[in-house]
Design a protein around this ligand. Structure first.
Ligand SMILES: Cc1cc2nc3c(=O)[nH]c(=O)nc-3n(C[C@H](O)[C@H](O)[C@H](O)COP(=O)(O)O)c2cc1C
Length: 350
């Protein structure tokens, strides 16, 4: 989408090249990073004509949240690296656009400050589990106390992927006064690398611990196979998020458009399915919904908005996605999201 490309160019201009590489890059040769975007283009929309689309409605209820758009903001680390307002600006933009913000464990703003900056905004907390469980339990208790409605456990980072582009640029130094939050109300850490004391021995059995420690429903992010979708269901996940971490973890792993079909088929509507990775315009959102997603998340596109224009920039990206989706829905003959059914797409080459 033109708006996103323009904001990405502006972000590239503004940011230090090493910082830009952190946000733009992926793991290894960046095969999966590229394929995430490409794979949506291999899904063709089958539009239907002469449907009354005088009113197109992109609103939905997702896990008890009333949202104006199915485009949510994925958890992305360290927003203050691209804009001084950091996650506060992002949370305000999400609330103003009527969507949901998922705060990263590796945010540069404490979860209480993010909640206070957009008290009415719908918010979930993404979780990496520390080896020291008492610290993670304390974070979870604070999240519940500050109105985070769900915990999103990311399962695709037992260790960090090897991000060659980042490595070529060398270490990013956090600017004076900026730290990665510990979400315990403390001063956090100046370390930008994602591997602190995360627990690489985590298994499906630990999901119930997260649920109990937080008292909140748990979603699993990073599901790419039917097997893991069914494991998530068996272990009490409320929903699954099809994701490969934006191509930053296992290079060569399946693009999310392809994985989405497998996961949606396996779950057969029993659990809500979300998806992220390479979603770049309204048609991509439509394709994802038709392939069985209940909502999508974007990562890099809103980071470019934040870098280029703070809260307004994120808002511009969200508005552009929603308007583009509504136009795509009208052109495909889908007045509501419920009309975006599997028969609205076919796979290229079939
Ligand atoms: C710079 C960067 C940092 C990220 N940090 C996190 C994180 O802390 N936790 C997490 O679960 N996912 C993280 N992700 C992955 C995103 O949540 C999301 O899966 C991905 O960005 C979606 O792909 P897209 O950027 O192509 O839209 C990060 C992604 C990027 C680009």
């Amino acid at each position: 989408m033109e708006v996103v490309r323009r904001l990405e160019a502006a972000a590239r201009e503004r940011l230090d090249p090493a910082v830009f590489a952190v946000f733009a890059g992926g793991a290894g040769d960046e095969q999966t990073l590229a394929e995430n975007e490409e794979a949506w283009r291999r899904v063709w929309v089958r539009p239907r004509g002469l449907v009354d689309v005088a009113h197109v409605d992109s609103s939905l209820t997702l896990l008890a949240h009333d949202l104006r758009t199915p485009v949510l903001l994925a958890p992305v680390a360290a927003h203050a690296l691209v804009h001084p307002e950091g996650e506060r600006a992002t949370a305000r933009a999400a609330a103003a656009a009527g969507t949901l913000f998922i705060l990263s464990t590796r945010a540069t703003t404490d979860l209480a400050d993010v909640a206070a900056s957009a008290p009415e905004g719908a918010r979930w907390l993404q979780l990496y589990v520390e080896r020291d469980r008492s610290r993670t339990a304390a974070v979870l208790a604070r999240a519940a106390a500050h109105g985070y409605a769900r915990i999103v456990v990311t399962i695709d980072l037992p260790v960090a992927g090897r991000r060659e582009r980042e490595l070529r640029h060398g270490d990013v130094i956090l600017p004076e006064g900026i730290t990665v939050a510990d979400h315990l109300g403390g001063t956090g850490s100046a370390e930008t690398k994602p591997l602190g004391g995360w627990d690489a021995s985590l298994t499906w059995e630990d999901l119930s611990w997260v649920r109990e420690a937080s008292g909140l429903p748990v979603l699993v992010k990073g599901v790419l196979t039917a097997e893991d979708a069914l494991a998530a269901e068996r272990h009490g996940a409320e929903a699954v998020i099809v994701s490969n971490h934006g191509g930053r973890q296992l290079d060569g792993c399946v693009p999310t458009a392809v994985a989405l079909r497998e996961v949606a088929d396996a779950l057969y509507g029993r659990l809500p399915v979300l998806v992220d990775g390479g979603v770049r315009d309204g048609a991509d959102v439509l394709r994802a919904l038709a392939l069985g997603a209940d909502a999508v998340m974007i990562g890099r596109p809103y980071v470019w908005g934040l870098a280029a224009g703070g809260e307004e920039g994120v808002r511009a990206v969200l508005d552009a996605f929603t308007q583009d989706l509504q136009r795509a829905m009208a052109l495909a003959g889908c007045p509501t999201l419920a009309d975006v059914a599997p028969d609205r797409v076919r796979l290229a080459g079939w």
